[in-house]
Design a protein around this ligand. Structure first.
Ligand SMILES: [Zn+2]
Length: 447
């Protein structure tokens, strides 16, 4: 039976069934990415390609490494002069330890109206929603105005070298004309307390600056005087870096986020007022502070240490790794500060580095994303936010594609999306998937 026409839009019963089936079946295809090339996305890629082909599209499968498969398909729009839109989702997932879970993480079980398993929110849900929408369009004979390029990528949860990195380096032609993209980590219900439902739409990502620190010293016996102890030098530098209070740097996306969230709490915030105390304001925002507190400054967290092999032997060198992140425009400050904090006895280099992203929140695209959410949840409030980490959008930004995090889900109170992301008992309500299909369908029709 087809949906009644009206406020719920043209999405049909079959699309609502398919999104659940596809989410569940994709979860059952184990695409665990342990890093270091240990992953195989091909069966999931074949699954999505078959379903895109079933919608009359011509998906291509692309691999840099055998088994690490990406899928790209283009829906031709009705207006050839319009810019194209990229919709991308990754096929890999982070590891899950079955003994920690209530339900096997690769069962894809649907129980009491909830789909369980690794990837239920990150991000096989969105992969499935996109399939359900475009197959619905094929049944109806609908064509969007803009060209829509659909990309399912490998390797997002590690280096992206076999995924979006490879696609942007070697197959840029497939993304010809794309100016904007939507993908994961945004537009889910964030319960901010006092019945306030927020839908944070990601409009930026902090940059990545993973660092390797090395201290060289003089090796020797642990009982002897040693003024060139590599471990001591490294440990001092690591402590300085970990304890550094990075200055607050408010970027346009974060400024909009703080101002809008504050207004929803009945607080007028003028961030330009001299001496304005951002920390004090965040303390008044309750749970919603979590949407901004990680992105108001650069950060540098020590994560790994390597030195020595025996308690009475001073090693000749020691290394440490730092997970550094930079706000848009904060990279020079990051580099200069690291030079100072490491000091003369410790050298540092980038182990991995990615730019920060910033997407405008006063753009027609942002307005349409916002409108699509508010159409299907009139009580919800969209707010922009900046992601603290990174996604495939960083790679696609090299092709001039402005990325927004938009994988719509309406979650009931008590569903903590942020905790489920890479967490134990990852799951998504069927109703949330249905909401996502309706919002995505509406947005992509109006994009
Ligand atoms: Zn993800």
């Amino acid at each position: 039976m087809a949906d009644a026409p009206g406020p719920l839009g043209p999405v049909d019963e079959q699309a609502l069934d398919e999104v659940v089936t596809f989410t569940s079946e994709l979860i059952r295809i184990d695409t665990t990415n342990r890093g270091g090339g240990d992953c195989r996305e091909r069966p999931a890629a074949e699954y999505t390609a078959e379903r895109l082909a079933g919608a009359g599209l011509e998906p291509v499968m692309l691999e840099r490494t055998p088994g690490r498969t990406n899928v790209v398909a283009r829906i031709p729009g009705t207006d050839p002069s319009a810019d194209a839109l990229l919709v991308h989702g990754h096929l890999d997932v982070v590891p899950a330890e079955p003994s920690d879970w209530s339900v096997h993480p690769f069962s894809g079980e649907v129980r009491d109206g909830v789909v369980w398993g690794r990837g239920a929110v990150d991000m096989k849900n969105m992969d499935a929603m996109v399939l359900a929408v475009v197959r619905g369009w094929a049944r109806e004979g609908f064509r969007p105005r803009r060209d829509i390029v659909i990309a399912y990528t490998a390797d997002e949860e590690a280096s992206a070298e076999d995924g979006s990195g490879f696609l942007t380096e070697r197959h840029a032609d497939l993304f010809e004309g794309c100016t904007e993209g939507i993908s994961e980590s945004g537009a889910f219900t964030f319960h901010a307390g006092h019945g306030l439902s927020l839908y944070p739409i990601a409009a930026g990502e902090r940059g990545t600056g993973w660092l390797k620190l090395t201290a060289e010293g003089r090796a020797g016996h642990g009982s002897k005087v040693n003024r060139a102890n590599a471990v001591s030098a490294l440990a001092a530098a690591v402590a300085r870096i970990g304890q550094h209070e990075w200055p607050i740097r408010i970027t346009p996306t974060v400024r909009a986020a703080i101002t809008e969230i504050a207004a929803l709490h009945g607080i007028t915030a003028d961030l330009d007022e001299p001496g304005f105390d951002v920390a004090q304001l965040l303390a008044k925002l309750g749970p919603a502070a979590a949407l901004v507190e990680n992105t108001i400054r650069n950060s540098s967290n020590p994560t790994m240490l390597e030195a020595g092999y025996k308690v009475n032997v001073i090693p000749g060198h020691a290394t440490a790794y730092i997970d550094g992140r930079t706000v848009p425009g904060g990279e020079d400050e990051f580099r200069e500060t690291l030079d100072r904090l490491t000091g003369p006895d410790v050298s540092w280099e980038y182990d991995h580095r990615e730019v920060a992203l910033q997407a405008p929140v006063d753009s027609p695209t942002y307005a349409k994303l916002r409108a699509a959410i508010e159409k299907f949840d009139p009580d919800g409030h969209t707010v922009p936010y900046c992601m603290s980490g990174g996604t495939d959008a960083k790679q696609f930004s090299r092709l001039g594609i402005t990325g927004y995090g938009f994988s719509p889900l309406k979650l009931p109170p008590g569903f903590d999306y942020q905790a489920l992301f890479h967490g134990v008992d990852e799951r998504v309500p069927v109703d949330a998937l249905h909401f996502g299909v309706r919002v995505l369908d509406h947005y992509l029709r109006t994009a």
